[in-house]
Design a protein around this ligand. Structure first.
Ligand code: ADP
Ligand code: MG
Length: 319
């Protein structure tokens, strides 16, 4: 179903944009990064787009788990699913405040609101019992045995650092979609599916129940964009776009990527697992299911990319 009339954009912001990998961010740092991240959103708001923003929470939810572990003798720890909602609350607050200030400075009176979002997943999704998603900062070697003793899953990441890993089920549907739709259609810039949304499933006896996992924010953004009838999915990150031979002297930017090429390159391992691969899959899912436009680019190049002058655009076929 193509939706060419729609002027709705779903924009996914990287968790690293708000709290860069390797930095032990204070809240002042996180506000500073948030302010710096919002230029592209203000540009698109001024260009008249209806906007729904999705953000990651990998660094923040990892920090929350550490806080809960360290305080566990005094205060009962909160489970991961609840912490996803908690981080979506505080990051939503930072975005609401910073984005309102930026919009007013640019002469726009658009309003901003956060919807704490639940995301439906399958309770028997195999990803729930096989943790693969890295969250939080590097863990010093000497803390690893204690964590493992307490059955906290930790693995070495692609850079050889010990980090927590959690299950990351496939998002199926956005529970609050109709609320989000009404807000977006009335011109409000909505922050939704923060941290991928808090995963839930339906239990025959108890109704909706939470799960302890972290859904990939790019895959959640694609489901949201599909169900909102958006015409544009833009994934903003810290690289100019999708590269071939990434990380080698031969690396080159792909300005377009067809669905067939995306699938072939993904199968050949051309995109980083847990970093670029989910972005390409999310973008391809959206284009395949809606015929809409999907762009992957750097935070600062959002407006340029919408005009086709930057980033990687995922397209259905070669023209
Ligand atoms: P975000 O926080 O925005 O989700 P990620 O770190 O998860 O960011 O993903 C972006 C990273 O993907 C880039 O910084 C880059 O190191 C990595 N990457 C892996 N493969 C590629 C590729 N083929 N082209 C571009 N970037 C890639
Ligand atoms: Mg990521």
């Amino acid at each position: 179903m193509t939706n060419n009339q729609s002027h709705t954009a779903v924009i996914a912001l990287g968790g690293n944009a708000l709290s860069p990998a390797g930095e032990h961010s204070t809240i002042a740092d996180q506000f500073a990064h948030t302010r710096a991240s919002l230029g592209a959103i203000v540009d698109l708001a001024l260009d008249g787009w209806d906007i729904c923003l999705v953000h990651g929470n990998g660094p923040q939810v990892g920090d929350e788990l550490v806080r809960n572990e360290l305080a566990r003798a005094e205060v009962a720890p909160l489970p991961l699913g609840v912490l996803v909602a908690a981080t979506a609350g505080w990051i939503g607050y930072m975005i609401q405040q910073s984005l309102e200030n930026a919009l007013r400075r640019a002469g726009s009176d658009r309003e901003v609101a956060t919807v704490i979002t639940q995301i439906r997943v399958a309770p028997d999704d195999p990803a729930l019992t096989a943790p693969t998603k890295f969250i939080g900062h590097a863990i010093p070697d000497e803390r690893v045995p204690d964590l493992r003793e307490r059955t906290v899953a930790v693995e070495r990441d692609a850079r050889g650092r010990w980090r927590r890993v959690v299950g990351s089920p496939t998002p199926l549907a956005v529970h609050e979609i109709s609320v989000i739709q009404r807000l977006v259609q009335s011109g409000i810039i909505v922050v939704a599916c923060g941290g991928g949304g808090a995963p839930i499933y339906h239990d025959g006896a108890r109704g909706w129940e939470g799960l302890d996992a972290v859904v990939d924010k790019d895959l959640a953004a694609a489901v949201l964009a599909r169900d909102l009838g958006a015409s544009l999915l833009m994934i903003l990150t810290d690289v100019e776009g999708v590269f071939l031979d990434y990380g080698t002297p031969r690396q080159r930017l792909l300005d377009t990527l067809t669905l067939a090429e995306a699938q072939r390159l993904d199968a050949a391992g051309a995109f980083g697992a847990g970093s670029m691969a989910p972005k390409v899959r999310a973008a391809a899912n959206f284009v395949r299911h809606t015929g809409g436009r999907a762009i992957i680019t750097e935070l600062a190049r959002g407006r340029e990319a919408v005009r086709g002058a930057a980033g990687t655009t995922i397209i259905a076929e070669n023209a």
